[in-house]
Design a protein around this ligand. Structure first.
Ligand code: SAM
Length: 200
C-alpha cells in the first residue's frame, strides 16, 4: 500500500470553509504546507529536529536539512518556520516508543521529562493561533495535543487511526472540547473548543 501522507487535505479544506482560520501553526512541515499557504493567510511551521545523525536514521526524526529544503521551495512572506532541537527527554522517549530501547514499539514512555520539554515548546508559542495542527516527525503527538488544550481553540492531528505509536491513546479530551474523528485514510481528528469557536 502506498501511504498518502497528505490525506488530511480534504478535511482541512472543509475545516477552513467552516471556521475562519486566519493564523495557524503546524507541528511538522512537509508537502502539505503548500496547501496551508494557499488557504490560510498566515502560517507558522514548527519543526522539532535532531542534530544527531545516528538518531535521525534510527528514529526517522528530521535533521535540519528537512526544513531547509522546504524553505527554498516555499518562498512565502506570510510563512514563518520555527526550528526546535529535540531535548534529551524527548529523544529518550522517542527511543522508547519506537522500540529502540527495552520497551516494545508503541509502549508509553517511562520517564516523564519529555512532557516538560513539550510543555515548554507549547508555552513558548505567543501568537494567538486560530488553529494548531499536529503532524510532527516525532512520535509523541498525543502529548503535544494534550499540551495544546486550553491554549488554542481548534486543534487537529494526523494519523489518528494509529493510536499507539503516536501516543494518541494518551490524549485526554477536556469536557469543553468537542472531538471530531475522521477515519478515512490515516485518520484526522479535530478538537474544537465549545462555545468559543463560531462558524463563518
Ligand atoms: C509526517 S511529515 C508531514 C508533513 C506535512 N504535514 C504533510 O502532510 O505533508 C511531518 C514530519 O515528518 C518528518 N519527515 C517526514 N519525511 C521525512 C524525510 N524524508 N526526512 C526527514 N524527515 C521526514 C519531518 O520531521 C516532518 O516535519
Amino acid at each position: 500500500m502506498i501511504e498518502n501522507f497528505s490525506d488530511h487535505n480534504i478535511f482541512h479544506t472543509q475545516l477552513f470553509r467552516e471556521f475562519k482560520i486566519q493564523n495557524m501553526l503546524e507541528f511538522g512541515l512537509g508537502q502539505a504546507t503548500e496547501q496551508f499557504l494557499r488557504e490560510v493567510p498566515k502560517v507558522t511551521s514548527l519543526e522539532i529536529y535532531t542534530d544527531d545523525k545516528k538518531a535521525e536514521e534510527t528514529l526517522k526524526i528530521s535533521g535540519p536539512q528537512w526544513a531547509e529544503k522546504f524553505k527554498k521551495e516555499f518562498n512565502n512572506p506570510d510563512w514563518r518556520v520555527i526550528m526546535v532541537r529535540a531535548g534529551v527527554g524527548i529523544m529518550h522517549a522517542e527511543y522508547q516508543v519506537t522500540g529502540h530501547s527495552t520497551s516494545p514499539r508503541g509502549a508509553n514512555p517511562e520517564a516523564t521529562a519529555y512532557l516538560k520539554e513539550i510543555d515548554d515548546i507549547v508555552a513558548s508559542l505567543t501568537e494567538p493561533y486560530d488553529y494548531v495542527f499536529v503532524d510532527a516527525g516525532i512520535h509523541l503527538r498525543g502529548d503535544i495535543v494534550n499540551a495544546l488544550f486550553q491554549r488554542f481553540p481548534i486543534i487537529g492531528a494526523h494519523d489518528t487511526n494509529d493510536r499507539q505509536i503516536y501516543g494518541y491513546e494518551r490524549v485526554k479530551v477536556p469536557s469543553n472540547y468537542q472531538e471530531r474523528r475522521h477515519l478515512s485514510g490515516c485518520g484526522v481528528t479535530f478538537w474544537i473548543k465549545k462555545h468559543e469557536v463560531s462558524s463563518h
